[in-house]
Design a binder for this molecule. Structure first.
Ligand SMILES: Nc1ncnc2c1ncn2[C@@H]1O[C@H](COP(=O)(O)OP(=O)(O)OP(=O)(O)O)[C@@H](O)[C@H]1O
Length: 351
């Protein structure tokens, strides 16, 4: 099912358009308060936006210009929220059977569907349990089975793994990837809100970056993460991003930083971003003399240890260095340093 959404919610400063191809999974990423949940609520029908048009599979479900409004239950849209939200007084089968039952399936048919979904997700053994007796990971799988039971054309996933123990996340991610693959083959569509780069890479085909209620970048997930055009996507991918204006050797930032890059660059004067891996950034206390490389004076703002290495954040870009280097150079917030980066490690992309 394809989705075409135009959405304006002025009181939330949301004004955006999103298109999802049939059979694909769109990821939504962005800072807190950017508008991701607002998009899901508009798709699910739990929010009645002042200005919106929503087409699913060519059918107009919402059009505020004509007064058209399709209530949530008639949209063929399923939602998996962060919390499982299972009915505590019903056993697992009855929870999963609830959707098909309320859409008119007989009790036997709804239970058959519920058992099929539980089998698909490897949790038939939970069928007779009450939600209160399930672990977080088990409850998440049952909640997924319940969301899938009515076979929604569009599945909305609102950070489905955010509330889970880190230990069970990889398993649920694998299950979700299998489910989405099967649904994709049937032309079913999904929209996933996440803060996790692995979720984005493993579960989504297309990634949209939402900031301040606007889509600031959208495209194939790998492109959005590897050639980020927004600071948020760069951070998500663990990369540095500098915004500025393209020049013949690279880029100038509004703060006066000169960035030398290699490879093709956009025409001089065009708005552009420079992208570089923190592992390509060396930290020195003195500027190396006569270096043909990028040398940027910077001040350390934070040091984040990560095993044998540490991410040294500065007011310019971050550097990924060994913990030995942190100790030898006495790197700590406030320390003045010089960051050194080869031009061949910097890519400049037009915006
Ligand atoms: N029920 C509501 N009523 C009014 N404003 C809201 C409501 N929910 C969210 N907002 C506002 O709308 C804007 C977008 O919020 P939204 O929850 O959609 O962002 P988000 O990207 O999902 O954030 P998060 O990652 O924190 O969940 C924010 O300014 C928020 O304060």
């Amino acid at each position: 099912m394809s989705i075409a959404l135009r959405l304006q919610v002025p009181e939330r400063d949301v004004d955006l358009a999103l298109d999802v191809a049939a059979g694909s999974t769109l990821g939504l990423v962005g800072p807190n308060g950017a508008g991701k949940s607002t998009v899901l609520a508009a798709l699910a029908g739990t929010l009645r936006p002042p200005h919106a048009r929503l087409e699913v599979d060519g059918h107009v479900l919402v059009d505020t210009a004509t007064g058209r409004w399709t209530p949530p239950y008639a949209r063929g849209v399923g939602l998996l929220a962060q919390e499982p939200l299972l009915f505590p007084h019903l056993d697992v089968v009855a929870n999963v059977a609830f959707g098909p039952r309320s859409r008119g399936a007989s009790r036997a048919e709804a239970e058959r569907i519920a058992h099929d979904r539980l089998t698909e997700l490897g949790c038939t053994d939970l069928a007779d349990r009450r939600p209160g007796t399930l672990s977080g990971g088990q409850a998440a799988r049952v909640a997924l089975a319940r969301a899938l039971a009515p076979d929604p054309g569009v599945l909305l996933l609102d950070e489905p793994m955010a509330a889970l123990d880190a230990a069970v996340v990889p398993q649920l991610r694998t299950i979700l990837a299998q489910v989405l693959r099967r649904r994709r083959d049937a032309g079913r569509t999904a929209v996933l809100v996440t803060h996790d780069v692995l979720d984005a890479l493993l579960l989504t085909d297309t990634l949209a970056v939402v900031e301040h209620g606007r889509v600031v970048d959208v495209g194939p997930t790998q492109r959005v993460l590897e050639q980020p055009r927004s600071v948020f996507a760069a951070e998500l991918a663990g990369l540095n991003l500098l915004r500025g204006t393209a020049t013949s050797p690279g880029l100038h930032t509004p703060e006066g930083l000169v960035v030398h890059a290699s490879g093709s660059t956009p025409p001089a004067g065009a708005p552009a971003v420079a992208v570089l891996d923190p592992a390509a950034v060396a930290v020195h206390l003195e500027a190396p003399a006569g270096s043909p490389r990028n040398v940027w004076p910077a001040t350390v703002t934070a040091v984040e240890p990560r095993g044998r290495r540490a991410l040294v954040r500065t007011d310019v870009v971050s550097a990924d260095v060994t913990v030995d280097a942190v100790a030898d150079l006495l790197l700590e917030p406030g320390r003045r340093v010089h960051l050194v980066v080869k031009a061949s490690e910097v890519q400049v992309h037009g915006l």
